[in-house]
Write a protein that binds this ligand. Structure first.
Ligand SMILES: *Cc1c(COP(=O)(O)O)cnc(C)c1O
Length: 354
């Protein structure tokens, strides 16, 4: 039976990407060797790394604007500390919009003073803080563009006189933005780009090299830039698969094209959540995420019926995060409008039953 994968991450990837990636494990580029058994210094793999880095900048429209793209390891969680290690001299600002920002704050506190410029903790992170003022003289301001667990997303970004750092793990490449308003963007691959194991970092070079502390080589963005993202053995399979997804996106028409589809998917699901009395949305309407839609049953007694129907329809990964409960439909780039249609059909069937 066809499965509809709404998993929050690791998440759905395009079929053709999975096919090409699996072929490369047996025979990479007709070489008679596997991608995962050749030297990462071979001509073929160096080309993969260069292509992946270049596609990332091209899709974000950040080519020739002073940015470098890196594929690193350690996940987005490693960036929580690398950002502070490389950029925090005295004082940085953070907007706390949920679990992931909270974790980023915790790591950064090891390196300097952290100002929580705004927070939505008071209402279980159901909204994106607004009307805060950003103090001047910060080393940087850190935000989380899409809150994977709570289903909220920044629609407008703060204007700052300091570098703006953004954890874009769960909505990178999903919507058109002026990406040049950010000075450092990072994203774990496994939400919208590839398998777990690599993290994309896009950084404006001029913000680096300003802190006085010594930085270990593996944690130093400047070292990774100087080595073209090959300081040590990169996660070749994760980088190759990410490159394939970026090629897929480019062929589709880039971010503008996928944004249109993502908006259709989100509109379809949210209108069902709003009109169907069996369900209620979790996040504030104006801050709703196009990627992760969080919702609950209005009557918990219907849970078993709904869960059984989801299973029968081949719908996977709809459980809310363990810290929030309820349901969460993650609609990353590779999820089809069709799959959202199947979910919406099950939801309206629930209304008839309920
Ligand atoms: C999943 C996620 C993370 C953590 O990513 P890892 O690669 O597992 O470290 C961080 N931030 C956001 C917004 C996420 O969705």
């Amino acid at each position: 039976m066809k499965k509809h994968n709404f998993s929050a991450g690791p998440c759905i990837l395009p079929k053709e990407v999975l096919l090409k990636a699996s072929e490369s494990v047996m025979d990479f580029n007709g070489s008679g060797l596997s991608l995962i058994e050749i030297s990462h210094r071979s001509k073929d793999f160096v080309a993969v790394m260069e292509n992946a880095r270049s596609l990332a900048l091209e899709l974000l429209d950040l080519k020739d604007k002073g940015y470098k793209a890196l594929f690193l390891q350690g996940g987005a969680s490693m960036e929580f500390l690398m950002v502070a290690y490389n950029l925090l001299e005295k004082r940085a600002g953070y907007l706390n919009t949920g679990t992931w920002s909270d974790k980023a704050i915790k790591e950064a506190k090891l390196f300097g003073e952290i100002v929580e410029v705004g927070s939505s903790k008071d209402e279980s992170f159901k909204y994106i803080p607004k009307g805060y003022s950003v103090p001047s003289g910060l080393d940087y301001l850190h935000i989380t563009s899409n809150n994977t667990i709570f289903g909220t997303q920044f629609k407008k970004f703060p204007k700052t006189d300091c570098p703006l750092v953004c954890d874009m793990s769960s909505d990178i490449f999903s919507r058109s933005l002026d990406f040049s308003q950010f000075d450092l963007i990072y994203a774990g691959a496994q939400k919208n780009m590839g398998p777990a194991g690599t993290t994309l970092v896009v950084v404006k070079e001029e913000i680096l090299g300003q802190v006085s502390r010594k930085i270990p080589s593996m944690l130093d963005y400047q070292v990774h830039i100087a080595k073209d993202s090959m300081f040590n053995t990169p996660p070749v399979f994760a980088v190759y698969t990410s490159m394939l997804t970026l090629e897929w996106l480019k062929n589709l028409g880039g971010i503008a094209a996928i944004e249109e589809i993502n908006e259709k998917k989100a509109r379809l699901l949210y209108s069902e959540i709003d009109l169907n009395p069996v369900f209620e949305g979790f996040a504030n309407v104006e801050d709703r995420s196009l990627m992760n839609a969080t919702f609950n049953l209005t009557d918990d007694a219907l849970k078993t019926t709904f869960d059984d129907m989801l299973k029968e329809a081949g719908i996977n990964g709809l459980n809310g995060h363990r810290s929030v409960g309820g349901y969460r439909a993650s609609m990353y780039n590779a999820l089809s409008l069709d799959s959202v249609g199947v979910l919406v059909d099950v939801m309206s069937e629930m209304e008839r039953k309920g």
